[in-house]
Design a protein around this ligand. Structure first.
Ligand SMILES: Cc1cc2nc3c(=O)[nH]c(=O)nc-3n(C[C@H](O)[C@H](O)[C@H](O)COP(=O)(O)OP(=O)(O)OC[C@H]3O[C@@H](n4cnc5c(N)ncnc54)[C@H](O)[C@@H]3O)c2cc1C
Length: 397
């Protein structure tokens, strides 16, 4: 027998996992067309290589500046700080086009997706005026300084410490897997500033200049031989008081808010789309088996469904909601899709993957994506952690 309590609980869970239907406005069609024209121009320049994972591997300062020149970096920032104030749905249209094309967006990716929003939300006026116009101009690039070798999923266990000194803080510790730290300008570093029984207390975020004395960036080589990630050693690094982000001790609350932006975007299911595109080019040149067509059809159906869910998350963000559970669901489904896509494309490809430095042909793209597959379900929070978040929220209703 269904009781009133059961019905109320069902309604509460329905609300928690609601994905609004989104009809993109006419302005989005026009915007998409403009982005495609821009991308065609960039293809002619030779900057858009159509590679998978371009939001992590395609670091191109010139591309970021030109994109910003069109008003397509900092779209979530208000015009007062150099942004376009266009909001999450317009930004979504722009970034899905960039990701699908495999455009080199990694220089400004973190600044645009989360650092600017964190500074807007928690920063001082001076920090907003210093960083936000530079971010929106595609000229100030941030890395994420959260993880450490013993603190990934259990982020509250970070060992990096900042101790108060005259005029600021002295920071010591090592951040791991810090994407782009060898190229970027700043990292938002999560550090412990005081000890408490509750480990979520006493953490603070800092805007750390990656060129400051005492910062040593050591590259980590990926399976492909690429250098994207780093261990960032912080040895007595002085961080002035005006580079504390938000309130001292509020780091946990701030970092979880930042993770919501880190986890909710279309890069969590579109990273490997260029591999499907390149397969379609190969298949178009020959007759295809029913199995090949069925695999392409199934992947496309999953992609369309994921896009609808992901747009629902963007629309909830636009409405000022915090769709953390929906974002966790889309990231769990989306990152599994990214890996499945690569594996299934490999299975039906008429040609074998081939490792090469050029990464232009289908076999080369496939090999490149296969070597990156282990990371899809780890980065930005593992799928087990995401499922924990979903379960906790659903059972709390
Ligand atoms: C490609 C890539 C890019 C990255 N970029 C950055 C970056 O720029 N900046 C940054 O700060 N970090 C970055 N990271 C780090 C990333 O956030 C961590 O790898 C991730 O949070 C997992 O932490 P860990 O590697 O320490 O694994 P662990 O936390 O040690 O987890 C190991 C395994 O145990 C499982 N596990 C752990 N705890 C639980 C639990 N409570 N319940 C169930 N299962 C659990 C995990 O799911 C995982 O399978 C990146 C990682 C990758 C792979």
């Amino acid at each position: 027998m269904t009781t009133t309590i059961d019905r109320e609980r069902d309604l509460a869970v329905d609300e928690l996992v609601r994905f609004p239907d989104v009809d993109l406005p006419d302005s989005a069609v026009d915007l998409r067309r403009q982005v495609r024209v821009f991308l065609d121009e960039e293809r002619r320049r030779g900057t858009v290589m159509g590679r998978p994972d371009s939001w992590l591997s395609g670091w191109d300062r010139g591309f970021s500046e030109r994109l910003a020149g069109r008003g397509w970096v900092g779209m979530a920032l208000p015009t007062r700080y150099g942004g376009s104030g266009a909001g999450p749905i317009a930004r979504y249209v722009v970034i899905e086009e960039l990701l699908a094309a495999g455009a080199p967006v990694s220089a400004h990716w973190v600044s645009d997706r989360q650092a600017g929003i964190s500074i807007l939300g928690h920063g001082t006026d001076e920090q907003r005026e210093t960083f936000l116009p530079a971010i929106a101009a595609g000229r100030c690039f941030f890395s994420i300084g959260m993880s450490e070798s013993e603190s990934g999923s259990d982020l509250a266990s970070v060992q990096t410490r900042a101790d108060e000194v005259d005029g600021g803080w002295k920071m010591n510790g090592t951040k791991m897997w810090t994407g782009g730290a060898h190229l970027n300008d700043y990292a938002i570093v999560l550090a412990r500033t005081s000890d408490h029984e509750n480990r979520h207390d006493g953490l603070t975020q800092f805007l750390v200049d990656l060129r400051a004395p005492g910062v040593r960036v050591e590259g980590i080589e990926l399976l492909t031989g690429e250098h994207r990630f780093n261990a960032v050693h912080l040895e007595d690094v002085f961080v002035p008081d005006n580079r504390v982000l938000g309130n001292e001790g509020d780091g946990w609350k701030q970092v979880t808010g930042e993770l919501a932006f880190e986890r909710s975007g279309p890069e969590r299911f579109l990273s490997t789309l260029p591999v499907l595109e390149s397969l379609l080019g190969v298949l178009a040149a020959q007759s295809n088996t029913d199995h090949q067509l069925a695999v392409v059809g199934t992947l496309t159906a999953r992609l369309v469904a994921l896009r609808a869910l992901s747009l629902g998350v963007a629309s909830a963000l636009q409405a000022g909601e915090s769709p953390d559970v929906q974002a966790a669901m889309v990231k769990d489904l989306g990152t599994r899709f990214e890996g499945d896509l690569v594996e299934q494309v490999r299975e039906i490809s008429p040609v074998a993957p081939a490792i090469s430095a050029t990464i232009g042909t289908h076999p080369e793209l496939l090999a490149f994506a296969l070597l990156h597959t282990p990371g899809y379900t780890l980065r930005g929070g593992t799928n087990e952690i995401l499922r924990g978040i979903i379960t906790k929220e659903v059972t709390a209703r």
